[in-house]
Design a protein around this ligand. Structure first.
Ligand code: ADE
Length: 225
């Protein structure tokens, strides 16, 4: 998969996406990731990419021209264009699963008070929000979305099962139950005996019950569904 991130802060995206599993995904060829500085697409000699909002109001709006020029340069017939914005559709694991099938994504990152709406109308296939809170810019959100997609690409996670049996995968109804590792006892708290029993069917039942309990407490919204 190829991903092009267009942002005024490429270094913000690089931080989380050039370490650990994301770095290995690129080394293995599963992912080709490119960062583009929106200012490189400015027509202005000061590399200006924002301006005051028509109709007044606080903050600055990102101008349309640099986005149009960036997308014109990067797009192919098989490209999906995403815009990271708090006004977008709430992002979910099922979106990651669908986007992981794509060949090429261009991810546009918003900033300031927003992006000129002609960008949304003419260029953007999907507006995405990673949650009901406002970040200083969409680049952090783009890194979240890229990470969630890339870990689903074939061969990126060592154990293929680890992205199948996790919270929100598949029908997405339950979150995962608790996990334990060594030591067996820590600060007076013991690992539940059932996990040491070697009885796989009983362990699976116990895990399911725990997942149900945890979903009830932490995600009553999911449990009700
Ligand atoms: N930009 C600022 N806040 C955001 C959010 N919650 N999701 C996506 N992009 C954003």
């Amino acid at each position: 998969m190829k991903v092009d991130i267009v942002t005024i802060f490429p270094e913000i995206a690089r931080g989380p996406l050039e370490a650990s599993i994301m770095s290995r995904a690129q080394a293995s060829g599963a992912l080709e990731l490119n960062y583009h500085d929106l200012r490189d697409f400015s027509e202005n000699k000061h590399r200006q990419v924002d301006d005051e909002p028509y109709g007044g109001g606080p903050g600055m709006v990102l101008k349309p021209e640099p986005f149009f020029r960036a997308v014109a340069k990067l797009r192919t017939e098989r490209t999906r264009v995403l815009l990271m914005t708090p006004q977008g559709i709430p992002y979910h694991q099922r979106h990651a699963e669908r986007l992981a099938q794509d060949e090429h994504l261009i991810i546009l990152c918003g900033h300031y008070e927003g992006v000129d709406h002609r960008v949304v109308e003419a260029l953007v296939d999907e507006e995405i929000s990673i949650g009901d809170y406002v970040l200083t810019n969409g680049t952090v959100a783009a890194a979240v979305v890229v990470d969630s997609i890339v870990r689903l690409l074939p061969g990126v996670l060592g154990d293929d099962q680890s992205s199948v049996e996790e919270s929100f995968a598949g029908d997405g109804k339950l979150i995962e139950g608790p996990q334990y590792t060594r030591p067996l006892e820590y600060e007076g708290r013991k690992v539940p005996d059932i996990l040491l029993s070697g009885h796989h069917a009983k362990i699976a039942d116990w895990r399911h019950d725990q997942a149900v309990e945890r979903t009830k407490v932490n995600r009553p919204d999911l449990y009700e569904k």
